[in-house]
Design a protein around this ligand. Structure first.
Ligand code: UDP
Ligand code: MG
Length: 345
């Protein structure tokens, strides 16, 4: 795909700014939550990397309710740096809504996302863009040498990657890597909520996208600390189950609930027959077999709770989508043109 490389002046001779370029070719989207120490280096590294290409670009940093001074720093930088647009959210919504806000403020033909903590290497961006040009809609980074804590991050990711691989038709090593490049029209089709940004490859493939993966660098966090704890990992797994469920079964819910119902009925009936046989066939008392009854009860309750949980989750999502409420709210957008900031609701 050569359209990205057509008739664009090199960066140095092109007075780039989000306002002067009607549509930049590339929009870089970075969610920022308490990354004040990383920000200056991050922006510099991104600009250095993109200057290696001849592409026009904008950098959209979405401040997701930071409390460490990132917001003020971003405001200041965006007021003087024509490349940078600061989208400041009203409060902390989470990485996925922040990315979604970035997507919605992007104008490029291609959107590149990465983390704001310098764990992803901006120097890898040109490589992703080259790969996209080979004819893909999404190129996903694969952190082959991931520098994160083994037990709390790597292990849950391994499990999540395995489950996603089993449940979807997309086979990637590392779904959760934030460093990705998308064709804008593909990103626009994706409905994001919860912690779903890490399932973007799966969602994109459902929408018919051509997707591939390339190894990228990964660095240990230098400043601040990871915002992920066990609670978030749990939410990720729940999102994963729901999305796989929606994809596979929502069109024919009875196929799932019918099967589960029949299985539990079968277990119930068999246990009942066994107990009946014990009582009337062998003349034994079934009153002193609480374990069996407990097992049956627990199995059935478990299946029912699980099914109801999934149904409730799907209903809740349908409700939220039917309400058409945004998953984030913007306080202000700062660019060089409106450094006094434009207030949006
Ligand atoms: N982030 C965000 N909102 C949040 C949590 C995180 O915008 O509520 C951003 C964070 O600033 C970083 C990226 O999302 O740029 C990834 O977060 P983090 O580095 O904590 O995740 P990890 O690298 O540990 O997976
Ligand atoms: Mg990180």
């Amino acid at each position: 795909m050569d359209s990205l490389h057509t008739s664009v002046e090199p960066f140095s001779s092109h007075p780039l700014s989000p306002e002067t370029i009607e549509t930049p070719q590339i929009s870089i989207v970075v969610p920022i939550y308490n990354e004040v120490e990383s920000l200056p280096r991050l922006i510099e590294a991104i600009q250095n990397s993109l200057e290696q290409t001849s592409l026009t670009y904008e950098l959209i940093c979405v401040d997701d309710g930071s409390r460490d001074g990132s917001t003020d720093l971003l405001r200041k930088l965006a007021a003087t740096n024509p490349i940078l647009k600061a989208v400041i959210l009203r409060r902390n919504y989470g990485q996925t809504p922040a990315m979604s806000a970035g997507f919605n403020h992007s104008r490029g033909e291609v959107i590149v996302t990465l983390d704001g903590d310098l764990q992803n290497d901006p120097a890898d961006i040109p490589m992703l863009l080259d790969k996209l040009n080979e004819g893909y809609d999404v190129v996903s980074g694969w952190r082959k040498n991931r520098q994160d804590k083994a037990l709390t991050r790597l292990l849950p990711s391994k499990i999540a990657n395995w489950i996603i691989g089993r449940m979807t038709d997309v086979k990637l090593h590392d779904y959760g890597c934030s460093l990705k490049a998308y064709r804008a029209e593909v990103a626009a089709d994706l409905k994001l909520y919860g912690e779903l940004h890490r399932f973007l490859p799966a969602l994109a493939v459902i929408e018919g996208a051509r997707i591939t993966e390339i190894p990228v660098r990964h660095h240990a966090r230098q400043f601040g600390h990871s915002k992920y704890g066990l609670d978030r990992t749990f939410r990720v797994v729940m999102d994963l189950l729901t999305i796989s469920f929606i994809k596979k079964f929502l069109t024919r819910p009875m196929h799932v609930f019918g099967l589960l119902g029949m299985l539990s009925l079968l277990v119930g009936v068999l246990s009942g027959m066994y107990l009946t046989f014990l009582k009337y066939g062998l003349g034994q008392s079934i009153g002193d077999r609480p374990l069996l009854i407990l097992a049956v009860l627990l199995t059935l309750t478990g299946i029912q709770l699980f099914s109801f949980g999934l149904l409730a989750e799907v209903l809740m999502r349908t409700y939220h989508e039917s309400q058409n409420r945004p998953i984030y709210r913007v306080r202000e957008v700062v660019t060089t043109k409106n450094s006094k900031s434009q207030h949006l609701t």
